[in-house]
Design a protein around this ligand. Structure first.
Ligand SMILES: Cc1ncc(COP(=O)(O)O)c(C=O)c1O
Length: 426
């Protein structure tokens, strides 16, 4: 049975981020079912899904309530475009506004994290044109190592050469600053005395470009795919302040960090920072159906109000945005999260896991252990402290899979050339 699936798949399916020529060497798993945190493959073997699929099955697999809600909504109203009201989208938007920090209260629904960021970027640019009519504010600053999606705008904000290089040139008007990656500070500084110079770099970019050309900063509160980079506590409040000082929008990409993963419902709550736009996907439905959202503050939303002949409406449409069935899944998912207070579980179980993983630090191959809630990374290094080679990383991930544990990996290397780094690393 499995062999047949593999054969058919090999003949017809093109998988993401996968070198098909290596299929014999690294066969793909055929997962057929799942419950809780356990995945079951076609041979009946069980695995602990320590990666939560793709950081997204926040409430776990096999939730009957979501299945029931989806079934009921398909029978009632499977689809109608969001140019009109549908009840699940309205209810979910109200519930999101109630649990998001501050006055983030106008929800634009789409289908994925990439689309949510694409939407945020476009809202920011249109906002810039409407709010500063005499200026030409369109530039957006993001960080190296950040990941915001695969579509052209979101990819342009992404700061990972590995994801970008095949598709360049990308969209003009995106600038990148160094991330708050304290383990290997790109500025060669030590967090105990750096005064968060990587945030100052963002201000320097704004000044160098001319503030009248910049409209926003987009950032993951904790960089996910770029290596689980938890910023120092001063970092996000500093970004907020810089955005306020220059009249820029702060866009927080909570596609991974949202919905309890880091020990709070939303990661920005750790630092008490409210963005002007927040982007959501993944844990919004825990992956049961595709759904993304970009949520705007009152001030941003109000900038789009005007007489019809002013043409201020947000000029983007998405056939499946606000899909009633996906939104019904979102409502059931949010109910589970809130009833079971799953962010508290992330905080508790995450702290336990982190403390256990900390004990690995005495291994030569372990350079750093870091994370927040259930978003945790172990950074492997070579004996001299430089990055581990991709092949070795792949071997570790493969060996964990043989031990029935599925983990993700982040590998930013484009070259084996070693860069010296500052003295606080061993
Ligand atoms: C932080 C972040 N933003 C955006 C995205 C893009 O989301 P999607 O793959 O749903 O388009 C991802 C995907 O992993 C992500 O990690």
């Amino acid at each position: 049975m499995t062999i047949d699936y593999r054969k058919t798949d090999k003949a017809h399916v093109w998988h993401p981020l996968f070198q098909h020529q290596r299929l014999e060497e690294t066969p793909l798993a055929v997962f057929e079912s799942a419950h809780g945190t356990t995945l079951v493959d076609a041979e009946g073997r069980e695995y602990l899904d320590a990666y939560s699929a793709l950081w997204n099955v926040n409430v776990g697999y096999g939730r009957q309530e979501i299945a029931d809600a989806v079934y009921a909504q398909i029978q009632k109203l499977p689809y109608y475009p969001h140019s009109q009201i549908n009840v699940p989208a309205t209810v979910l938007a109200e519930q999101l506004a109630a649990c998001l920090p501050g006055d983030l209260n106008h929800v634009y629904f789409c289908n994925s994290g990439s689309e949510a960021n694409e939407t945020a970027i476009k809202i920011a640019r249109q906002y810039g044109r409407q709010t500063y009519p005499g200026e030409n504010r369109y530039k957006i600053i993001s960080r190296y190592r950040g990941y915001h999606g695969f579509t052209y705008g979101a990819l342009s904000a992404t700061g990972q050469a590995r994801r970008r290089k095949a598709f360049e040139p990308l969209v003009p008007g995106f600038l990148h600053a160094h991330p708050p990656y304290c383990y290997r500070c790109p500025l060669g500084l030590d967090v105990s005395s750096c005064s968060i110079a990587c945030a100052d770099e963002i201000e320097r970019i704004i000044q160098s470009e001319g503030p009248e050309t910049v409209i926003g900063v987009i950032a993951e509160p904790i960089i996910g795919g770029g290596g689980v980079i938890v910023p120092p506590d001063e970092y996000l409040p500093k970004l907020r302040q810089i955005c306020d000082d220059y009249g820029l929008l702060l866009i927080l990409d909570e596609v991974i960090t949202g919905f309890g993963r880091t020990g709070k419902m939303f990661a920005c709550e750790h630092w008490d920072v409210q963005p002007d736009l927040i982007t959501l996907a993944k844990g919004l439905t825990s992956g049961y159906l595709p759904l993304g959202a970009c949520v705007a503050s009152t001030a941003v939303f109000n900038a789009f109000l005007g007489e019809s002949d002013e043409n201020k409406e947000f000029s983007q449409v998405c056939t499946y945005g606000g899909h009633p069935v996906a939104c019904a899944a979102g409502i059931a998912n949010l109910e589970i999260l809130q009833k079971e207070r799953l962010w508290e579980n992330s905080e508790k179980v995450g702290a336990h896991l982190l403390s256990k993983l900390e004990t690995l630090r005495n291994l030569t191959i372990v350079g750093d252990v870091r994370g927040k809630g259930l978003m945790i990374a172990v950074e492997f290094v070579q004996a001299d402290g430089t990055h581990l080679e991709t092949a070795t990383t792949n071997r570790i991930v493969g060996q964990l899979r043989e031990k029935s544990i599925i983990v993700g990996k982040s590998d930013m290397l484009l070259t084996n050339r070693k860069i010296s780094f500052s003295s606080h690393h061993r």
